[in-house]
Design a protein around this ligand. Structure first.
Ligand SMILES: [Zn+2]
Length: 424
């Protein structure tokens, strides 16, 4: 087969393939990745056409004058990271709230004082389309440099018909302009905006009766999400909203059981959500429900870290129950201002007690299934999109261990080398 790019001689190639094929990796299998030593990958156009040992791949590969050969000796090669939960479309920063939290004021208390999500809503409402687009593109640049090749981005800082549509149009344009693939999620039910203070049900009526049909009409989101949490939207609100969205054909996601155990995980399974996210306060019945369903638990270790919380999502219990755990950044200007997936791998190991292999599985193949793209990305599999990282590390155990610095050497996105720090 014709090879436009050949990656040869990787010390370790992690394919994240051949565990259970084209499906999420569940439970104990998450800790058993396929590791090819002296590994190679062949790419034609935007697709992976061969992978295996360097000898095997070289036997079949047809090299032509335009073939790019990448020497990966001494390097680690694995699929591009999939960041399955982010709020990357925003302007403005909230570093003063970070300082307040560190002096002992809680996230919820800061929100009550006029900070939190509604502060970002104010910034986003005032921003022009161009300002919001430029900020979003610069966030995607940093993510790509840190190895993220596909990212889910939520709306939810507009909270009016006009501003939510502006956000979703920005997200669509960012996807068109940027090498990173962007999967859009509508999160009109992120918070109750100030003009609806004390009138939560009325705001949710507006979201359901006006925003959802408009998002549908303009094909601006694949998924919808809701912040199901004490003091925000309760279980009944969430069920009503998610069932309406399902009726319109949207895939479903929930911010579930983040701070208080409301039964968000159980609701996610009941409505057939593709993912239930956060889950720090998930109940035992929630763990059982997720483990015996197709809903993917998406854990966000950067958020608990950055909020300075001592409770973490029960990753071990979820994995031992057989769930296909994913991890993501939750990148946002309030509760986690870190867009780096390698950093999340470290936090997943240190705070969630995941093994290195489990964390890598959670950041690639399982994350791809958490945004409905598992058939296309998330593993180095013949026929899938060529989204591949070459890291300046000799083995996968180095990845979370060498933390706080960027391990990326090259990023190949859709068959093109889009980041190359060796040339820089
Ligand atoms: Zn979130």
């Amino acid at each position: 087969m014709r090879a436009d790019i050949l990656i040869l001689g990787a010390d370790e190639l992690l394919t994240l393939d051949k565990q259970v094929g084209f499906s999420p990796v569940r439970g104990k299998d998450m800790g058993k990745p396929v590791i090819v030593t002296d590994g190679a990958v062949a790419i034609e156009g935007d697709r992976i056409v061969a992978c295996g040992s360097t000898n095997e791949v070289l036997e079949d590969a047809e090299i032509h004058p335009g073939t790019t050969i990448i020497d990966a000796s001494g390097k680690l090669v694995l699929p591009g990271f999939v960041d399955a939960h982010t709020h990357s479309c925003f302007v403005g920063t909230r570093e003063d709230e970070f300082e307040l939290r560190n002096s002992g004021v809680s996230y919820m208390e800061i929100a009550r004082r006029g900070g939190g999500i509604n502060r970002s809503v104010e910034f986003v409402r005032q921003a022009t389309f161009e300002e919001l687009l430029n900020a979003t593109l610069s966030h995607l640049d940093i993510m790509l440099e840190h190895g993220t090749t596909t990212v889910e981005v939520k709306s939810g800082y507009g909270l009016s018909v006009e501003s939510e549509m502006k956000m979703l149009e920005v997200i669509k344009e960012a996807d068109r302009l940027h090498p990173v693939d962007v999967v859009p999620t509508f999160l009109g039910a992120h918070e109750v905006p100030p003009e609806f203070a004390g009138r939560r049900k009325e705001y949710l009526d507006l979201v359901i009766s006006e925003m959802l049909p408009e998002v549908k009409r303009r094909s601006l989101a694949r998924f919808v999400d809701i912040f199901c949490e004490e003091g925000v939207f309760d279980i009944d609100d969430s069920r009503r909203y998610l069932k309406s969205a399902k009726g319109l054909g949207f895939g479903l996601k929930l911010h579930a059981d983040e701070m208080v155990s409301l039964g968000g995980a159980e609701l996610a399974v009941e409505v057939g959500a593709i993912s239930a996210d956060h889950l720090v306060a998930i109940s035992n019945s929630g763990i059982e429900a997720l483990a015996s369903s197709n809903t993917i638990p998406v854990l966000l270790p950067g958020t608990t870290f950055f909020l300075g919380l001592s409770n973490h999502a029960p990753a071990r219990r979820l994995i031992e129950a057989g769930a296909p755990v994913a991890i993501a950044t939750d990148f946002n200007p309030g509760s986690n201002f870190c867009p780096s997936m390698p950093m999340m791998l470290t936090l997943a190991c240190v705070n969630l007690k995941m093994t290195v292999a489990e964390a890598i599985t959670a950041a690639t193949i399982n994350a791809a299934f958490a945004i409905g793209r598992g058939d296309e990305i998330g593993s180095i599999t013949v026929g899938k999109k060529a989204d591949i990282l070459v890291l300046a590390l000799s083995n996968h155990r180095m990845l979370p261990y060498r933390y706080g610095v960027n391990p990326v050497l090259k990023v190949i996105k859709s068959g093109k080398v889009v980041v190359d720090f060796e040339k820089a």
